[in-house]
Ligand binder design. Structure first.
Ligand SMILES: [Zn+2]
Length: 207
């Protein structure tokens, strides 16, 4: 007795596939609007321009653009060249039988008619829009937490450096005072010497 599994599509037939569902695009950085700088205005009105951290990549300066993943399922033609059965899942490959670098496509993402494929794409796009919104909200929460940490960190740094600056200025003041006193001491010594000389000269004249 031989068992056979019916496959949904014969090899070599032109089908419609919902596609990868995502592609990457370069878009203008939302943080700096492409200017590569974040402008910070302090409470006292002072303005600082800092390099944008959102579009920086590694040690390179900010670029004003960021890579964004665009979620988009759209019908693509697909001609199955090989079939794979794993458990109860049937997948098709578009490459030759010995090609393993192209990932196989599940039969559930393939359709004989374009209308059915369009319908499936619309559903998948709706689903990924919901997931993206969830991800965006989560990301926003993280960002808020990161920003709160940054505010805490840089406020601490500013406080520390302000203290260092105060200390340095106090030390500078002490040094200036000391230098002044030392100079005064030297001057008064010199004056006394001149005076003494003068007296001695006067005594000589009186001889
Ligand atoms: Zn930027």
């Amino acid at each position: 007795m031989s068992a056979s599994i019916p496959i949904p599509f014969p090899l070599g037939e032109s089908l419609w596939w919902t596609g990868y569902g995502s592609r990457e695009e370069w878009v203008t950085c939302e943080e700096c609007q492409g200017t590569c700088a974040s402008v910070v205005v302090l409470a006292n009105g002072e303005t600082y321009s800092l390099a944008c951290e959102a579009c920086v990549s590694g040690y390179d300066p900010p670029r004003g653009i960021v890579k964004k993943t665009v979620r988009d399922f759209r019908p693509q033609t697909f001609i199955p060249k090989r079939v794979e059965v794993r458990g109860d899942e049937i997948s098709y490959g578009a490459g030759p039988p010995n090609e393993s670098c192209l990932s196989p496509v599940e039969a559930s993402k393939l359709f004989s008619s374009l209308e059915e494929c369009v319908e499936a794409c619309v559903k998948l796009n709706e689903q990924s829009a919901i997931e993206e919104e969830k991800w965006r909200l989560n990301n926003l929460k993280h960002k808020k937490r990161d920003l709160a940490f940054s505010v805490h960190y840089w406020r601490g740094q500013a406080k520390r450096h302000r203290k260092d600056l105060e200390y340095a200025e106090a030390r500078l003041h002490v040094c200036i005072e000391r230098e002044k006193r030392a100079k005064e001491a030297i001057d008064s010594k010199r004056e006394k010497k001149i005076e003494a000389h003068g007296l001695a000269a006067g005594a000589d004249d009186g001889k």
